[in-house]
Design a protein around this ligand. Structure first.
Ligand code: CKP
Ligand code: MG
Length: 311
């Protein structure tokens, strides 16, 4: 039985160490919010599977090799002979500010459809993780995600949804119209404070949004506070943990690391406080190193950053 199934678009990220317009060397990395989460869980020893579409060429092969090397199950990945793998350029502007530009319209990942998800959903998993990026990619990807949350609900598979609003992909109004109903199917909703208005018809007030989500059947609302840690809203009230203080060198991937830590704690049966502690510990690992997922810890490394807190 798989611990986690996650679905989304994996990208090839090309990174420059300075302004892109100045040219110079680029390095090639795997990116993609959901595949980052799968890697985070696999590093901690959980059985994680990623499903999606990649191109049937070298870049698709690169994505698969990276995932397999990290121990992620790619059995259900489809190769698309017609479409390219999406690209993302990341340019570093200052030590801790980087800018992202996508070349993903018409990609294999964006062509995801319901048929791509039938086999992985039928195979079952203890958790299904989705992000708000996927429904922004295309109409067929939006239908696929909508189908997946309903199929998961019917099979009793709890869903986690990370809002992951991407302004380059859709407007806030479109995101709100799609993500608010979707969030009602989730058992865990992950958002940063500036994403709260996208998952409930309750404005941006955190308490009002959390109350609305809990009333609609969500069991845990996780609000990421960056350097201030994170808060969890449940039927029992609200709980906050501080962040683990580290020097941030690259914040891309921090949210996915946080989610991976939380879900790992859930799979291990930890209580809410310890799940949150593991979440912020993984977030700290992610921001303390370069790359979207490269710095994530193996299980025996969890204590490197926080001592007992992460264990
Ligand atoms: O919210 P995060 O910084 O954790 O997400 C980062 C990922 O999928 C990154 O790997 C990138 O490829 C993306 O989000 C995206 O599509 O923006
Ligand atoms: Mg995020």
């Amino acid at each position: 039985q798989r611990d986690l199934l996650t679905v989304g678009e994996a990208l090839v990220s090309l990174r420059s160490s300075g302004p892109l317009a100045a040219g110079g060397p680029l390095s090639m990395h795997l990116a993609g919010a959901e595949s980052n989460v799968a890697i985070g869980l696999a590093r901690l020893g959980h059985r994680a599977a990623w499903a999606g579409r990649v191109s049937d060429d070298e870049l698709g092969e690169f994505v698969l090799r990276q995932l397999r090397a990290e121990g992620v199950d790619t059995t259900d990945v489809r190769r698309d002979p017609q479409r390219p793998t999406g690209l993302m350029f990341l340019e570093r502007r200052t030590a801790d500010v980087s800018r992202v530009r996508y070349h993903r319209a018409g990609s294999a990942g964006a062509a995801l459809d319901v048929d791509d998800l039938r086999a992985p959903l039928a195979a079952g998993a203890r958790l299904l993780h989705l992000s708000g990026i996927t429904p922004a990619l295309s109409a067929s990807a939006r239908d696929a995600v909508t189908w997946a949350v309903r199929a998961a609900a019917e099979s009793g598979i709890p869903v986690s949804l990370d809002v992951n609003y991407r302004a380059g992909l859709w407007s806030r109004a479109d995101a709100r119209a799609t993500l608010t109903p979707l969030a009602g199917y989730a058992s865990v909703v992950v958002a940063s404070t500036d994403e709260l208005d996208l998952v409930a018809g309750a404005g941006a007030d955190e308490r009002a949004v959390a109350t609305d989500l809990l009333r609609r059947g969500v069991s845990t609302v996780l609000v990421k506070l960056g350097a201030d840690g994170a808060r969890a809203w449940t039927a029992d009230g609200v709980e906050q943990v501080p962040a683990v203080p580290v020097t941030a060198v690259d914040t891309v991937g921090a949210g996915d690391a946080f989610t991976a830590g939380y879900l790992s704690g859930h799979l291990d049966g930890l209580d809410l406080t310890d799940r949150l502690r593991r979440a912020v510990a993984l977030g700290a690992f992610a921001v303390a190193g370069h790359g979207d997922w490269e710095g994530l810890p193996r299980r025996d490394e969890l204590s490197l950053i926080t001592g007992s807190a992460a264990g």
